[in-house]
Design a protein around this ligand. Structure first.
Ligand code: OGA
Ligand code: ZN
Length: 395
């Protein structure tokens, strides 16, 4: 329960001294813009328009009223705002900005293989309980990888469990896409060849955030899966080879797709390692198969290629990569913009192999996790809120 000890009017902000000693500065335009009456109760959209008041708006009168609210009578517009103190405290940007950023990501290397069970979650647990759903979502968001075990092996049955989270992301590969060995394929995944670790569709401006490979049949020889945490490799480079790290975060690479079935040649420039405003990892772009002829400046081409080479080798090294075999009923789920995936070649004459693939945007995973966690009681909830953009935790 937030309590205020003292209020002080300043030039552009109201200074609040809280009873626990914390201090906040609430800007007048910010306060007016966030008056509780500003939003429509259904859409939750702001109906009030700050452009309709002057930049000089300030409190004519202010006090803590009998109901314990901060009451502000504004200098213009004939309006009084009543702020709930808990809301003010929860949304206080002075306090938020003093907190240390804590990454939501748990980085991993090949030792994850010794603890493989920790990333497995039972299909029925997800279907039948919120805890099961949250367990899956937390693995996806924090660790970037999860194996759903014992899912049905009927075609397209992946939709049922995926729709526990949200709708899927459509692409021209269709949903689900069929990962089988076919003649004249438009993607190397639809062969029996080995696939080196890669992300799918890096040539989109917004590549699919998550990928779900649902194993229906895996009786051919070979076809073992691999995965690597691209964020962990990036972190390793940051500490062990800062020059390469800087090249990978600063230089825009080029990716493209122009398979023979397309009437649309998609392409996009992005660095191999993308960072957030807090300098945390945002995404990784790595795919040997779909990197285009690079067009960076001739003075840096050599260092760019050498950085790409080093990064690629680490992304396949025993230090970081895990290997496992998918069983029918497994759904290999991962953050497609963090965890790279691959497989060894398989022998199509020795048996059959059939996966069905689905994509989903990252907003759907993070949004569903945020909503699910609202129903979880304090005190663990604040630490588990998923918003990857500003994820702060009390010290
Ligand atoms: C894919 C892919 C891996 C596999 O379809 O994008 O990488 O195990 N498949 O077949
Ligand atoms: Zn793939």
């Amino acid at each position: 329960m937030a309590e205020i000890k003292k209020l002080e009017k300043n030039n552009t902000y109201l200074k609040v001294l809280w009873s626990d000693g914390e201090e906040s500065k609430f800007n007048y335009l910010w306060l007016r813009d966030n008056c509780p009456t500003a939003h429509d109760k259904d859409s939750n959209h702001r109906m009030f328009n700050i452009l309709n008041v002057s930049k000089e708006i300030n409190p004519k009168n202010y006090n803590i009223n009998k109901e314990g609210k901060l009451e502000i009578e504004w200098s213009e517009g004939n309006h009084t705002s009543y702020f709930d103190l808990n809301w003010l405290r929860d949304n206080c940007y002075t306090i938020k900005n003093k907190k240390k950023y804590i990454s939501p990501y748990k980085l991993w290397d090949s030792s994850l293989k010794d603890d493989f069970n920790s990333i497995c979650v039972e299909h029925d647990e997800i279907m039948e309980s919120t805890d099961g759903l949250i367990k899956w979502l937390e693995l996806l968001h924090h660790t970037g990888i999860a194996i759903v075990k014992n899912a049905p092996i009927k075609e397209k049955s992946g939709f049922t469990v995926l729709n526990r989270i949200s709708h899927t992301r459509e692409t021209f590969f269709k949903t689900p896409f069929e990962v089988i060995n076919i003649p004249k394929p438009n993607n190397s995944a639809y062969t029996a060849h080995a696939l080196r670790n890669h992300m799918d569709l890096p040539w989109f401006e917004n590549p699919p955030g998550y990928q779900f490979l649902h194993c229906l049949i895996n009786s051919a020889e070979g076809g073992e899966s691999s995965a690597v945490d691209g964020f962990a490799v990036a972190e390793y480079l940051k500490h062990n080879n800062n020059e390469i790290f800087n090249t990978l975060t600063e230089v825009y690479l080029k990716f493209r797709d122009k398979d023979y079935t397309q009437e649309n040649h998609r392409g996009f420039h992005a660095p191999a390692i993308g960072l957030t405003k807090d300098n945390d990892y945002h995404d990784i772009r790595f795919s040997v198969a779909t990197m285009d002829a690079l067009d960076c400046h001739p003075d840096i081409m050599d260092k760019v290629y050498k950085a790409h080479h080093e990064f690629g080798n680490l992304l396949h090294s025993d230090k970081f990569q895990i290997n496992f075999r998918m069983e029918p009923g497994d759904i290999f789920s991962f953050n497609n913009r963090r965890v790279l995936h691959g497989r060894t070649a398989f022998d199509p004459n020795s048996g059959h192999r059939h996966l069905q693939g689905y994509y989903m945007d990252r907003d759907e995973i993070i949004g569903r996790l945020n909503l699910s966690l609202i129903h979880i009681s304090e005190p663990t909830r604040p630490e588990r809120i998923a918003d990857a953009v500003v994820w702060v935790k009390k010290k």
